[in-house]
Design a protein around this ligand. Structure first.
Ligand code: ADP
Ligand code: MG
Length: 710
């Protein structure tokens, strides 16, 4: 969604449509010859889209080199070779189960071609007796004689050039063969348009990068192993294109926001003093520093767009509250938005006592509020009676109108997209935006998700936190662990028990959690509760509430407790099948304990037969509690695609760029984008026009919308 202001500006129909040159790439893959309608869905599954463009971005992962030719007597066993032979005689099979053999020779020896269940007439046509043919495939030896079972390619001497090639191998999905994928790719390469160059010429030259179309051709026609290397010039160029599109789009959003007039707020003042006076603690140095940075932004008559990054428990909420006071002291409203109902309620629980003590009126609005209740809340937001609004994405809805929204705080931002962020800020004039994330995102990924956003870091925890004693437990030692937990509970401990993550299936997650819950219930009776994503919000809250107030000792959960929950009495975290979680997720989960005065434990259970690397990975959790270090390690070990469970993370998924391998390119793309915004912010000059094509090519159309609004 473009921001409100972009919608109101009439679009220039010529400048704001996709360049014609790109049209062929946006057609469906089924429009290519030889790709049937049934393949459409398969390609969509395989390539993440069913456009011709999606096929182009589907990179080969391997290749078969058919360029090796030799005489039959020199053909090496187990290798792919292309041989020129003369057909001597066909030996059709007598029974179905037997192979059909074709005896061939050259000057040096004999080669048997072997076929199972072939069509006889077809074979006789392909391999006429007495003819010279070219066959390519894997060589085996049977009783000392060379043979080739089902050659990959056969033809006459005129087909030599077509056979002696390097054949790229693509990732596949059931129902799609490499042949069909290759056919689609070749079809796509056939209609590759010539596009204007959007790269800086001297940068391109310095790296010896090819033109875009040459790069795409080379991506799909690797001439050897180095063609698969992410550092190959063609792959580097394409990765850079993708990262540049990403960074440029973000830079445009940011530029647009910055240029927009914001409001200058009074910071500090009496309200802040009152608030600080009600806190049972003093701010850490990191909190003070972040607050100063926020104050500086809010004082300026420009829009703030700042990311507050801090590990779990680093105390972001207080900082957000103090920022909101700035807006309120100047008569504006503030909103804080959380990704889930539970988190919104929790923000309310921790914020409201402080706010009330300062005489500030706040309301909570989530999707659960219906009917009359909702009307009342909406009215309070509309007439300004509600100074602070705490909520979920329900705050985006059109029916939510603010009297005067001055600051939007967005918590756990990685679950929201950039555009949702903008939608909330479009609900007021010149709204300042503070984004908070509890997930330590490695620097490289921060760039891809936020671009060159201003960042404040809470890199220091409130005093008095004890390290969490983290242990790896093989699952067959579960009994000893449970005994230990029982002893701890007797002394007042509360326990989170996180159940196995079964990939991509909420239902399976639930079954596993349910089963564990029942087993533990036999031991712990009604002192144990279960929460999962499929529960009604009210039920979920009731269970959480019982755990918070101590009516429950153990909370069995799917990963719904992943973010934000704050129960200082909880001192034990059990995570089953820890090996199935990302390190960053484990870190998040572990952050739920160690929040109170008592010593805390985290038990990472794993299935007995872990590989050494998998175990090493888990050991990192034992070595450090620094979320940023863990996130970097996670990125290094798993790649960006999997970190944070990308699908739900809102982080962009790259098709051509591979992080962290291309991390340097990302930094350059950021600098490049920054310069472009300085020199030609509306993409008007020659390179600017080409960059528009780039944005469309990588489907960042929305960014173009920002060009229109001042
Ligand atoms: P985050 O949102 O960064 O995970 P919270 O804001 O929920 O962390 O803070 C975690 C806990 O630490 C809360 O109970 C909060 O009241 C407390 N806290 C925050 N700042 C301080 C501080 N400076 N000193 C002591 N406790 C603090
Ligand atoms: Mg928080």
């Amino acid at each position: 969604m473009p921001p409100e202001s972009a919608k109101k500006t009439p679009m220039n129909p010529v400048r704001n449509t996709r360049p014609f040159a790109l049209d062929p790439l946006f057609r469906r893959v089924t429009e290519l010859s030889g790709i049937g309608p049934r393949n459409g869905t398969l390609f969509e599954k395989l390539c993440g889209g069913d456009k011709i463009l999606d096929v182009l971005w589907h990179k080969p992962i391997d290749f078969i080199d058919r360029r090796f030719t030799c005489a039959i007597k020199d053909a090496p066993a187990g290798h792919i070779v292309t041989l020129t032979v003369t057909v001597q005689k066909h030996f059709p099979n007598e029974r179905k189960s037997q192979p059909y053999k074709v005896w061939c020779t050259d000057d040096t020896g004999t080669l048997n071609l072997v076929f199972f269940r072939p069509r006889k007439d077809w074979l006789e046509k392909q391999l006429p007796v007495g003819a010279q043919v070219i066959v390519s495939g894997r060589i085996e030896y049977y009783n000392g004689t060379a043979q080739m079972t089902h050659p990959d390619a056969m033809g006459g001497p005129e087909d030599r050039a077509a056979i002696e090639t390097v054949e790229p191998i693509y990732p596949l999905t059931q129902g799609l063969t490499n042949k069909i994928v290759r056919k689609a790719v070749l079809g796509a390469l056939d209609i590759l348009p010539a596009l204007p160059e959007w790269l800086d010429e001297s940068y391109k030259k310095q790296n010896r990068w090819p033109d875009w179309s040459a790069a795409v051709n080379s991506l799909h026609n690797p001439s050897g192993a180095n063609g698969l290397d992410p550092l190959h010039p063609a792959r580097m160029r394409l990765a850079y294109d993708e990262l540049l599109a990403n960074q440029l789009a973000l830079a445009m959003v940011r530029h647009h926001n910055k240029r927009k007039k914001g409001r200058a707020y009074e910071t500090g003042g009496g309200l802040r003093d009152t608030f600080l006076g009600t806190l049972p603690f003093t701010l850490t140095r990191a909190q003070q520093r972040s607050l100063e940075e926020i104050d500086n932004d809010m004082k300026q008559p420009l829009r703030m767009l700042r990311l507050l990054q801090g590990d779990v428990g680093s105390g972001k909420t207080v900082v957000a509250a103090l920022a909101m006071l700035n807006a309120i002291a100047s008569g504006a409203q503030a909103a804080i938005m959380a990704p889930t109902e539970i988190l919104a309620r929790q923000h309310a629980r921790s914020l409201q006592p402080w706010l009330e003590a300062c005489g500030i009126r706040s309301v909570v609005l989530t999707g659960r509020d219906k009917g009359k209740m909702r009307e009342t809340l909406l009215q309070q937001i509309r007439n300004g009676a509600a100074q602070i609004v705490i909520g979920t994405h329900a705050l985006f809805q059109d029916s939510v109108e603010f009297a005067d929204l001055g600051l939007a705080v967005i918590d756990e931002q990685h679950r929201f997209g950039v555009h949702q962020r903008l939608m909330l800020s479009a609900k007021g004039k010149g709204v300042d935006v503070l984004v908070m994330t509890a997930t330590p995102i490695p620097r490289t990924l921060t760039l891809t998700a936020y671009g060159d956003m201003d960042v404040s870091k809470l890199d220091e925890k409130p005093p008095g936190r004890k390290p969490v004693d983290t242990r790896l437990i093989a699952s067959d030692h579960i009994e000893q662990m449970v005994e230990g937990i029982i002893r701890q509970i007797k002394t007042g401990a509360r326990v989170y028990w996180v159940c196995p993550l079964v990939e991509e299936s909420e239902i399976l997650d639930l079954a596993a959690a349910q089963e564990r819950y029942e087993v533990l219930q036999a031991r712990f009776g009604d002192r144990i509760g279960l929460v999962h994503g499929r529960m009604k919000p009210a039920e979920k809250d009731a269970v959480m509430e019982n755990f918070t107030n101590g009516a429950l000792d153990i909370l069995v959960a799917t990963t719904v407790i992943e973010v934000g929950v704050n129960v200082p009495e909880a001192t034990i975290m059990v995570i089953e099948h820890a090996e199935r979680f990302g390190l960053s997720q484990l870190h998040q989960l572990r952050g739920r304990v160690g929040r109170g005065a008592e010593k805390s434990y985290c038990f990472l259970m794993y299935a007995g037969n872990l590989t050494r690397t998998a175990k090493e990975r888990l050991s990192i959790m034992r070595e450090t509690e620094d979320g940023f270090a863990i996130a970097e390690k996670d990125l290094e070990l798993r790649g960006a695609g999997e970190i944070l469970g990308t699908r739900q993370s809102g982080l962009p998924v790259f098709r051509l760029a591979e992080l962290p391998v291309h991390a340097d390119l990302l930094a350059t793309a950021r600098d490049d984008s920054r310069l472009i915004m300085e020199k030609d912010p509306t993409l008007e000059n020659e390179r600017g026009q080409a960059l528009r094509t780039l944005l469309y090519l990588f489907e960042r159309d929305q960014a173009i919308g920002y060009l229109q609004s001042g």
